[in-house]
Design a protein around this ligand. Sequence first.
Ligand SMILES: Nc1ncnc2c1ncn2[C@@H]1O[C@H](COP(=O)(O)OP(=O)(O)OP(=O)(O)O)[C@@H](O)[C@H]1O
Ligand SMILES: O=P(O)(O)OC[C@H]1O[C@H](OP(=O)(O)OP(=O)(O)O)[C@H](O)[C@@H]1O
Ligand SMILES: [Mg+2]
Length: 304
Amino acid sequence: MSPPATPAVRDRLRIAIQKSGRLSEPARALLASAGLSWRESRDRLFCYGESLPVDLLLVRDDDIPGLIADGVCDLGVVGRNVLLEQAGERSEAGLPPVFREWRALGFGGCRLSIAVPDGWDWQGPAQLAGKRIATTYPNQLRAWLRQQQVEADIVVLSGSVEIAPRLGQADAICDLVSSGATLAANQLKPVLDILQSEAVLAGPVQPFGDVRAELADLLLRRMDGVLRIRDSKLLLFQAPREALPQVLQLLPDAEPPTMCPVDGSETLALQALCHGAMTWQRLEDLKRAGARGLMVLPVERMLA
Ligand SMILES: Nc1ncnc2c1ncn2[C@@H]1O[C@H](COP(=O)(O)OP(=O)(O)OP(=O)(O)O)[C@@H](O)[C@H]1O
Ligand SMILES: O=P(O)(O)OC[C@H]1O[C@H](OP(=O)(O)OP(=O)(O)O)[C@H](O)[C@@H]1O
Ligand SMILES: [Mg+2]
């Protein structure tokens, strides 16, 4: 691992995202929603920013924290699991922190979990004492074992961790779990989560000392706007004035609605920005409460 480089003065911001994999498309979609567009290079490893001086570097996700540490990239979209693992590696090596989580991005959700063979009668972490635990996340596992005051052997693997107990390489594992299907297919059960992970925007610990600070601020403000309304919907409908209390009770997650009378009648036309899920059940409840002509529209952007 190279020492942190003094960040070069640059007038463009460079963001690293996963080239291909789980975080690749959602990361691009999020950045595009924040108004970024790019001219793709032929090798598709570098995309030149057209709408703003913000370029993309397409890389393996594991390389992203190191690229930030080396000052090659300014920001990156990476799983919290990867970011913390590499932060742990630096800290074990006595190196100062150089990257950190700037924002949680709400996709790529998974857990880093301890899993044991189905047949184990799980009593708690003390049961792992003296056992071999296979993982690709040795730094987080080591820190967690230390916290639990449990001494166990960490077997570091580069992949296919779930098969280790069946191959006799380990007694338990510590790996990413989402649906749990991979564990089940390998006769393992999750017993403890040591990390809740999701994709994050990672950036340097030290603020940028040049024009990149303004660019990063602008990008963050836009991303926050996108994240805030990602699941929001604009609800349009009409309702008799007398039904208003019941209708509004069904919209606790809405911004104060805009209302206007329809042709001087006792009917109101309403427009409400709702941040929670707009399920069929909720629409049916609204209709029962007196709402008519309900229309649910997606919201693309919002400036606070
Ligand atoms: N089963 C899962 N469900 C949801 N998210 C996951 C799952 N597995 C991993 N992730 C998240 O997605 C990130 C990227 O996973 P992916 O499998 O695409 O990475 P990879 O195989 O290491 O890719 P690369 O080729 O870039 O190294 C993980 O670091 C984690 O944050
Ligand atoms: O709980 P689940 O929904 O089954 O997901 C968990 C699996 O997903 C990831 O593997 P991936 O499919 O990316 O394979 P890889 O680790 O070999 O890249 C992770 O390493 C687990 O093995
Ligand atoms: Mg990887």
